[in-house]
Design a protein around this ligand. Sequence first.
Ligand SMILES: N[C@@H](CCC(=O)N[C@@H](CS)C(=O)NCC(=O)O)C(=O)O
Length: 151
Amino acid sequence: MLFVAAHRAARTRSALTLDRVDPVTKRTESGNDYLTINPKGYVPALELDDGEVLTEGPAITQYLVDRYALGTLAPLSGTIERAWINSYLTYISTELHKPFGRLFDPALTPDARASTIAYLHRRFALAQRQTILSAKRLPPLGPAIADGPLA
Ligand SMILES: N[C@@H](CCC(=O)N[C@@H](CS)C(=O)NCC(=O)O)C(=O)O
């Protein structure tokens, strides 16, 4: 079971069973309290058949690739090419995604909003440069797992 944001589930094509989470009530569409599944409260979370729950986007995507698409959507674990992918996913998660979320905070002051936007501009410029560099260094893989979060 993959828990995703309420607005995303409809757009996601996947062999996984999906359950939407209401971001305000933290109830799942199937009627469960999401906080009992993932106390962090945010999505995504992946619940395995044995009940194990994995959170954090970069960990989930890499787990799914290694388990179900070995060597096709990402370079093999333990290679420097895979470490670049991991680095890029972590960058997206921490340097782009999180500050972006602040912009939706109604309590954000105009000054804080302006400095967050300036920060994001710098970070996106670096991401773009890095993407161009990576494209030259990574083996051709077709759609890669790092494309997902930026799509
Ligand atoms: N560190 C997490 C962050 C996930 C995240 O911020 N998810 C957003 C949706 S894109 C969310 O659920 N926000 C609601 C909340 O934080 O309560 C990851 O990389 O997976």
